[in-house]
Design a protein around this ligand. Structure first.
Ligand SMILES: *[C@@H]1O[C@H](CO)[C@@H](O)[C@H](O)[C@H]1NC(C)=O
Ligand SMILES: *[C@@H]1O[C@H](CO)[C@@H](O)[C@H](O)[C@H]1NC(C)=O
Length: 468
């Protein structure tokens, strides 16, 4: 057999021998290519998509930068750096009372506050999580922070869960208590819940306890939890009275023996905290050797469990601590802005209130994309290709305060994103087409600051099976 029989057929014997030799030489480049591919897949090169949102881009947290209250890294920052509305402005009284928003605030205690404590019980097991409408919160744990720029919620976690919230945005930093820790040992270290440099007063253990308690009492429900490493390890005893860490410029970047303190701390919770152990949804596909999770699970798979969106790096034993995530997410779906599994809308840096119009366009596009996917996939019939999770952040900050972005400024010169979203989703017809206004057009996961019960109802009703 020769490589190109139609060429070799008419050639004299000697020339055919030459072809055969050429064929042997061809093996060398083939081996080189095969070897390179094997090298890449065995970890010689990080296979990290270019749009991975690095968990370690902390530049926005450092003194002298524009601000730090954002919901994400600085990769989506516009070129002009806006002025941060003073994040240190203290909240003297309850700021909610000066804002007028139909879709905000009363998750903390309106008449319907417990109406949606078990809303997922009505949805069928075979429904993909990606074909649902799910209310969530952004910077979930911040209700105690007494600073306008860092406070994004007015209700505690338990009230949010009872009100229908099923997506949590949990941001943690490794807290090292320098009054007792010698920095050398790899003893258990706490994950404290922070918004940038502001301490919420909660630990990851507190979050797990509330979540597990809720799921035990409401086993039909599932919770999607983004867990983000919010900054480098921090001197856990160094908060001032307002909850601000003394100075992020001197934030400790503490090496530990394995080189990955956040992962150490997380795995310590996994090994020692029954709350996490018994409630974390385990993927077969996320084990060693597989890159990522192949599908978004169904509600049936997830009931009583926490689905983690992992925004902290996992390091195989052999890798040094470089601040880069490895290609193997161990505990959940890796947090990407765009991947086969996730599509995240997170335009969050505003120069001023005028920028809310652009923000709203981005939110609308994301809600529509989620609805289109569900209709195109015939989600209702359970058919269609593997869907993605669409995640839309209604939150924004920097040149506006989170409360103004969510609910509009107190003089009502413009409408907040919660109200724009609530009215838009209520109308329904612009989500896909007029024909679909009243039928099943779910909008994905929608994260809000200061949400109210009417926003809960509006989103939950988009799931066909809820006639609330
Ligand atoms: C850590 O914080 C404590 C309490 O504020 C302080 O006494 C100590 O000096 C800090 N250590 C470092 C290294 O910043
Ligand atoms: C309304 O309040 C916002 C924020 O406080 C301010 O920027 C804006 O100029 C005010 N608009 C009017 C019309 O007063």
């Amino acid at each position: 057999m020769v490589l190109f029989p139609h060429l070799a057929a008419g050639l004299p014997q000697s020339t055919r021998i030459t072809w055969s030799w050429r064929r042997r030489f061809l093996i060398i480049p083939v081996l080189v290519i095969v070897g390179f591919v094997a090298f890449v897949y065995m970890g010689g090169v990080d296979i990290v998509p270019a749009n991975y949102r690095p968990a370690f881009d902390f530049s926005a947290l450092l003194p002298g930068s524009a601000g730090s209250s954002g919901s994400s890294s600085t990769s989506s920052a516009p070129p002009a750096v806006p002025t941060f509305s003073d994040p240190r402005a203290p909240i003297s009284t309850s700021p909610e009372k000066d804002h007028h928003s139909t879709y905000s605030f009363d998750i903390n205690g309106g008449p319907d506050k417990d109406l949606f404590s078990d809303w997922m019980a009505l949805a069928p097991d075979d429904l993909s999580l990606a074909h649902m409408s799910i209310p969530g919160t952004h910077d979930t744990m911040t209700h105690n922070i007494d600073l306008l720029g860092y406070r994004c919620q007015n209700a505690d976690l338990d009230k949010q869960l009872m009100g229908g919230v099923r997506y949590l945005d949990i941001r943690a930093r490794v807290q090292i208590d320098l009054t007792t820790d010698d920095l050398v040992s790899d003893g258990p270290r706490t994950l404290g819940i922070y918004h940038a440099r502001a301490y919420t007063g909660y630990s990851f253990g507190d979050v797990l306890q509330t979540v597990a308690g809720f799921l035990d009492a409401h086993p039909s429900e599932t919770i999607v939890m983004r867990l983000k490493e919010e900054g480098p390890p921090i001197n856990g005893s160094a908060h001032d009275a307002a909850g601000l860490t003394a100075d992020d410029g001197t934030a400790l970047n503490v090496p530990s023996k394995s080189g990955a303190p956040f992962l150490d701390a997380f795995e310590n919770y996994l090994q020692n905290d029954g709350h996490l152990q018994s409630h974390l949804f385990q993927y077969a596909e996320a084990r060693e050797g597989a890159v990522g999770v192949q599908h978004i699970p169904t509600l049936g798979e997830l009931r009583g469990k926490v689905l983690l969106l992992q925004e902290f790096p996992y390091f195989p034993q052999s890798m040094s601590y470089t601040g880069r995530p490895s290609a193997v997410p161990m505990y959940g779906i890796p947090w990407y802005l765009e991947s086969d599994l996730l599509a995240v809308e997170d335009k969050w840096i505003m120069r001023n209130l005028d920028d809310l119009d652009g923000k709203w366009d981005a939110v609308k596009a994301s809600l529509r994309a989620a609805a289109k996917q569900a209709v195109d996939n015939k989600a209702d019939a359970g058919s269609g290709p593997n869907p993605k999770l669409y995640l839309s952040h209604l939150s924004a900050s920097i040149g506006v305060t989170p409360i103004d972005a969510a609910t509009g400024p107190t003089n009502q010169s413009t409408e907040g994103i919660n109200d724009r979203t609530g009215a838009f989703v209520d109308r329904g017809k612009e989500l896909y087409s007029d024909d679909y206004a009243d039928v099943y057009t779910p909008v994905g996961i929608v994260m809000a600051d200061f949400p109210g019960m009417r926003l809960m109802r509006t989103l939950i009703k988009r799931n066909k099976h809820m006639n609330t």
